[in-house]
Design a binder for this molecule. Structure first.
Ligand SMILES: [Zn+2]
Ligand SMILES: [Zn+2]
Length: 261
C-alpha cells in the first residue's frame, strides 16, 4: 500500500526542531506526499519543564502557505506527552482547550522523573523490564488525554535502547499490548507506525500490528517523526507493506475524524 500521508512531523514551532513549515511542506511536496500533519510537541513534564507551541502563530503561518502547495493537504496537530501524573494531564488538557486541531498524538516520553531517551533509563534495567515498564506506562496514561486520536510510537523505548537486538515484539509484553489495544479499540482510537525507531535496522512490528487487527483495530496512521525535511516519508514503503500484511488500512485525520487513504 502506498503511504501518502506523513502524520507525525515537527516544525520550528516545536521546542526541538528548527525548520519553518515552508521547508517541511516543500520537501513533502517534492517527495510526492499528499497529506502532512505538523504535530509539534506539547509537554507538561513538571511545572517548570513545559513545551508548548504557539498554535495561533503556527496556524496563521500554515494558512499563508497552503496556497503555495495545492497538491498537499496541510493538517494541524500536536504530539502531547502523556504521563500518569494527573496534574500534568490537567495542564495539557487546559493548553489544548480551544485550540482547533485536526489530530492529536498521545506519546509517552518520560516515566516519573526518568527520560526514556536517556542512557540511565536502561542502565538499571534488563531489556524485558525496560520494555514492559514503558508499555505499562502507556496503558496507565491513556485515560489522561481525552483529546487523543492516536497512540504515538509504542516502540519509543526500543528507539533508544542500547541492546544489539532492539526490535520490539508482541512477546515482550503480550498482556500489556492486549490491554492497550483493547482500550484503543473500545475508545475508537488507533495507533501509528512510527518509522523513526527502526534507524538502520529491519522494520519490526508485524506481529504487534497483526494482534491489533485481531483485537479489532481497522486502520493505522504512519509517521516519520521528522524533525527536519530530509526525514519526511522515511521508510514509508516498508510501513505500507507492514500495514498491508497485517490487514490494516491507512488513514489521515481531519478535524479528529479518520479519513481512509
Ligand atoms: Zn515522541
Ligand atoms: Zn514526535
Amino acid at each position: 500500500m502506498l503511504v501518502t500521508a506523513d502524520l507525525h512531523t515537527h516544525s520550528a514551532y516545536s521546542f526541538d526542531a528548527d525548520y519553518d513549515p515552508a521547508q517541511m511542506l516543500a520537501a513533502a511536496a517534492e517527495d510526492g506526499l499528499r497529506q502532512i500533519c505538523i504535530t509539534d510537541h506539547v509537554d507538561f513534564y513538571t511545572p517548570s519543564d513545559v513545551h508548548l507551541p504557539d498554535f495561533a502563530a503556527r496556524s496563521a503561518r500554515l494558512a499563508q502557505l497552503r496556497g503555495q502547495f495545492p497538491q498537499l493537504t496541510v493538517l494541524e496537530g500536536a504530539e502531547v506527552s502523556m504521563t500518569a501524573d494527573p496534574a500534568c494531564a490537567r495542564s495539557a488538557m487546559a493548553a489544548l482547550d480551544g485550540v482547533k486541531l485536526d489530530f492529536v498524538i498521545g506519546s509517552v516520553h518520560t516515566i516519573g522523573a526518568e527520560n526514556v531517551w536517556a542512557d540511565a533509563f536502561y542502565a538499571s534495567r534488563t531489556r524485558e523490564a525496560a520494555y514492559r515498564l514503558y508499555l505499562e506506562t502507556i496503558l496507565l496514561s491513556l485515560d489522561s488525554l481525552p483529546q487523543l486520536d492516536v497512540l504515538g510510537h509504542y516502540d519509543f523505548v526500543a528507539h533508544y535502547a542500547p541492546y544489539t537486538d532492539r526490535a520490539m515484539q508482541y512477546d515482550d509484553a503480550p498482556d500489556v499490548f492486549d490491554a492497550i489495544f483493547r482500550w484503543l479499540v473500545a475508545h475508537g482510537k488507533t495507533m501509528e507506525i512510527n518509522t523513526s525507531a527502526w534507524e538502520a535496522d529491519e522494520p519490526w512490528g508485524l506481529d504487534i500490528l497483526r494482534r491489533f487487527r485481531e483485537l479489532g483495530g481497522r486502520f493505522v496512521t504512519v509517521g516519520s517523526d521528522a524533525h527536519n525535511p530530509r526525514a519526511l516519508g522515511r521508510r514509508f514503503r516498508e510501513a505500507g507493506a507492514l500495514a498491508e500484511q497485517a490487514g490494516l488500512a491507512l488513514a489521515f485525520y481531519r478535524g479528529h475524524e479518520p479519513q481512509l487513504l
